[in-house]
Design a protein around this ligand. Sequence first.
Ligand code: NAD
Ligand code: AKB
Length: 318
Amino acid sequence: MAEKQEEKILVTGATGQIGTVLTEALRGQYGINNVLATDIKKPEQDNGRFEMLDILNTQRIREVVEDHQITTVFHLAAILSASGEWNPQKTWNVNMNGLMSILELGLETTVKKVFFPSTIAVFGKTTPRINTPQHTVMTPSTVYGISKSAGELWCNYYHQRFGLDVRSVRYPGIISYQSMPGGGTTDYAVDIFHHALQHGTYSCFLEGDTRLPMMYMDDAIRATLELMAAPAENVKVRTSYNLAAMSFTPAELAAAIQKHLPDFTISYAPDERQAIAASWTESIDDQPARDDWGWNPAFDLDAMTTEMLTQLRKKYTQ
Ligand code: NAD
Ligand code: AKB
């Protein structure tokens, strides 16, 4: 408990889909004054300390870290898979150089611990598609996946060579009601709920049988906090842990929604995101995360669907 009081936390990319929810969870756990949210986008609600911070502004990041005596960084700032393909050079710059700046601060400042979110986008066409193992072939097809795959290796390097306590998970597609996703390939699994409640129909940008690993936000946040709280000696994977909860296709998600909204309809108009989705794997073996730090997801497809519809109904009727 005493240790938690002393932590000073910096969140980059805090205004994004995961950052919005993670920052609130961290404020609840560590105290509102011990968590500094940063992004290049202002938050919709002012719930605590926030500073505009471009992850490419190395000088400014150092000043912020030194001014606030930051001990732990949750480095979420990134450009995701679909948006990344519009500007590969910029995506590489933000995703790679942003991470390198944070890792360097781990050697030169008060920063002692870093969380780096990786992704199922590190996998590619040569990766085993079913029950993808922790250690496997990775030939990502997007610049986003390439940057995250390289990022994982750099995290491992800084841990092995310099002893920096860097921890990471490969999130599946994250589904949330609190915040909207930003430029990913799995975004349909959030959009569909909003369209189901507002319009009763959804045109999906992936084909109906495209199976992808997914996770409800509550599980993603809990995994992040549990990994970061685990004793260092239990964290044996220092690239990034496979993490799983459920896998489904757009057609299966639509059927789960129809159990609650029988008149809901879905159609399919695949766009360029279909090729990205097809290059990823279908299901993930996360046994090392379960063995090393006790990972266990709580939400499956039906539980997640019920919760999303319940929470969004409340939002739309407020
Ligand atoms: P998001 O796109 O919603 O949020 C990313 C945030 O980074 C945005 O608020 C954006 O403004 C910010 N950002 C972009 N460029 C920046 C810059 N130069 N300086 C500072 N901030 C900048 O993404 P998210 O879904 O919240 O993802 C957070 C992290 O988790 C990312 O690293 C992403 O790769 C990873 N991840 C997310 C998912 C998912 O399904 N949401 C899955 C796997 C991994
Ligand atoms: C995306 O679709 O790009 C993200 C991810 C799985 O990393 N949601």
